[in-house]
Design a protein around this ligand. Structure first.
Ligand SMILES: C[S@@+](CC[C@H](N)C(=O)[O-])C[C@H]1O[C@@H](n2cnc3c(N)ncnc32)[C@H](O)[C@@H]1O
Length: 326
């Protein structure tokens, strides 16, 4: 396996892409610049060196973004993408015949070297997550006021509780107002409420009289502790490229025979709405296919429902699964 580093250089909201010059391997394909790790250097040192050699620029290599493993039939490439800040020097192309700066939503208009596609997806996913969380941050109080008394999910909430033993430990993932955590506490369960947005978590903590953890569902890192996971519209903002990894974390956090409820908007599409929030929608067959990747789960129910929100009727997908015994 060959380890290669790649630079995601961002300036004024635009990302740099470089085209491989004629005569080189993968000529004409676009990539994030970088190169092969040499003996004795760290990944960050490698990237800074490559950028000096390829463009004559000085950079600070920042956070790791994502890894892409690609088998081109002859060799396996492990491509490591890092966020990079351009500190100085104008770009002189040596290994490329063109560079462009593009907004994230236009990156897909280029023909990328196959190994770089995963990095493009990771950049897009981060942008979608950030735009969504910004919406909730900026509209926390209004959002909570609009949703604290919603009732469309109540039949599923009753069904979820029927499947749980008394005094269960529940995880409310993407808890929003804390409306459902409150209900579970009032019914004698213990609840860990989690939301990715601090402003939302603060409001929910007031409603619950207990702390609410600020964490993204994608970062959940617990093993076999919850008797139930409640994710009412709590996972629908997670980008498609990250949903399987997030499901795996939730399954790990559940105890054997643990119950997991989640709901998504019904639909085939994924993308941002007029308010900038990203939604990942599913139909029943799409959800069945996704859950099929997790043999540890047994599907109890996938059903559709409709519920009003802000005067509009919305179609929902409700999913109840149980984690099998080991
Ligand atoms: C559509 S609301 C649902 C809130 C609540 N469960 C309800 O039913 O009213 C989604 C909630 O998830 C939070 N959220 C968004 N992205 C998240 C993520 N990646 N991980 C955890 N929470 C997230 C938002 O801040 C928001 O409170």
């Amino acid at each position: 396996m060959i380890t290669v580093t790649a630079a995601i250089i961002e300036k004024d909201g635009l990302i740099l892409a470089a085209r491989r010059r004629p005569g080189s391997h993968l000529a004409g394909y676009w990539e994030f610049p970088g190169g092969k790790l040499e003996a004795g250097e760290t990944e960050k040192e490698c990237l800074a060196r490559e950028l000096r050699e390829e463009f004559d620029i000085h950079c600070r290599v920042g956070d790791f973004l994502a890894e892409s493993i690609y088998d081109d039939g002859l060799k396996v490439i492990r491509l490591l993408g890092y966020r990079v800040r351009h500190l100085g020097g104008s770009f002189h192309c040596r290994d490329h015949d063109r560079i462009v700066w593009l907004p994230v939503d236009r990156l897909r208009t280029l023909t990328w070297a196959p190994a770089d596609i995963v990095l493009v997806e990771a950049i897009q996913a981060e942008n979608q997550i950030e735009a969504t969380l910004t919406y909730y941050r900026d509209n926390a109080e209004t959002y909570i006021r609009e949703t604290i008394d919603l009732a469309g999910h109540q039949p599923m909430r009753r069904r979820f509780l029927e499947l749980l033993a008394p005094d269960s430990l529940l995880l409310d993932l993407g808890c929003g107002s804390g409306r459902d955590s409150r209900y579970f506490l009032d019914h004698g369960h213990r609840v860990t409420a989690v939301d990715a947005v601090a402003a939302i978590a603060e409001c929910a903590a007031t409603c619950l009289g207990q702390p609410v953890r600020v964490q993204k569902a994608e970062d959940l890192d617990e093993t076999a502790i919850y008797d139930g996971v409640w994710a009412c519209a709590g996972l629908l903002h997670i980008p498609r490229s990250r949903i399987e990894a997030t499901f795996a974390r939730i399954i790990r956090a559940l105890r054997p025979r643990g119950i997991w409820y989640m709901s998504f908007k019904k639909g085939e599409s994924a993308g941002q709405d007029a308010k900038g929030r990203y939604f990942n929608n599913y139909t029943i067959p799409m959800m069945q296919q996704l859950l099929g990747h997790f043999p540890q789960l047994h599907i109890l129910e996938i059903s559709e429902s409709s519920a009003p929100l802000r005067g509009e009727k919305q179609q929902w997908l409700n999913i109840l699964v149980v984690k099998k015994e080991e």
